[in-house]
Design a protein around this ligand. Sequence first.
Ligand SMILES: NC(=O)c1ccc[n+]([C@@H]2O[C@H](COP(=O)([O-])OP(=O)(O)OC[C@H]3O[C@@H](n4cnc5c(N)ncnc54)[C@H](O)[C@@H]3O)[C@@H](O)[C@H]2O)c1
Length: 340
Amino acid sequence: MPLGFAIIGIGNIAPIHATAIQNTPDAQLVAVCTRNEARGRAFVEKFGGTYIADYHAVLARDDVDVVAICTPHDLHAPMTIDAARAGKHILIEKPMARNVAECDAMIQAAERAGVTLGVIAQMRFDPLIPNLQSLISNSLGKIIWVSANVLWYRTDEYYRSGAWRGTREHEGGGVLINQAIHLVDLMLYLTGMPTHVTAQTRTLNHQIEVEDAVLAILEYADNRLGLIQATVSAYPDSPERLDVIGTRGSAIYHRGEARLEWHIAEPRDDGELRGAASSGAAAPMAISAAGHIAQFHDFVAAIREHRAPLVDGHEGRKSVAVVEAVYRSAACHQRVEIGD
Ligand SMILES: NC(=O)c1ccc[n+]([C@@H]2O[C@H](COP(=O)([O-])OP(=O)(O)OC[C@H]3O[C@@H](n4cnc5c(N)ncnc54)[C@H](O)[C@@H]3O)[C@@H](O)[C@H]2O)c1
């Protein structure tokens, strides 16, 4: 029997989840949950499953093994905890939650219930990433600098498209926790956790209460530096990129162009690899389902093999810990420590 999946929250990202389920041999969509009945029924028409308005009713069903949670950020923790208590495995959209305390409660609930918790971080599953990992491990020398650049554009209309968007209570922050978190997660995955951050946030060109711009200087235990530079006020969008610089050369992952470029000084090596582009720069949903499909495959295999998925709760929590420290630093105008 394939694992029965329910998708909770039928908005922008839900079709990508349904496509990922369709493309995962051991998975089947059995339930679709959203409070908007017309939207829920149209989704069922297209992707299958049964429409259910209340997520508690989803959690009560025996044919649901896994819930894929695609709701606003403030609902990630309570829905995950309820799902764990009901004995369901959980694949939660990014960010894992609004803050570290919520992440910890989610991890604890999943561990207590003995269910598998995964956090969507589809950029980790880009086929170019193993090449970047190999450059970092074998060619760049000692890493001395890493920077994440997300210079995107979101309209005021985007922020008006959902009552939760642009609000501290529901979104938990702005460009950093919503858009830039993808590259922040990748940066931490590839090059480790920083120890301290000094940051500034601004709301430069939107009528929202959260930041639409952030600059954060990261410090690492080995004396290296890092930078997060992100805004959604940069018309007309630039493809996002991650630069990793070592003592012998640099690698630039042009995520937005699906291109990896490297330059090594000694012995001289300049190269480039291209993959399939899947950037959310121009529009939030201009992403392909490929990363999600690969992550769903890993998640289902993890459940079947009784192992942790590649991005479990502990991994998902890391980017939230950095985000939280950035917000703390910006609020107090001080350099702050990034907690465990
Ligand atoms: N991985 C990615 O590339 C990516 C891209 C876009 C969004 N996301 C993430 O996906 C999540 C959802 O974002 P979105 O853009 O699809 O949001 P959205 O506003 O388009 O959709 C959210 C949906 O949740 C539903 N919902 C709200 N409360 C509910 C409840 N109590 N029960 C059931 N349904 C409820 C809403 O009706 C809505 O349909 C967020 O965490 C976001 O950050 C990830």
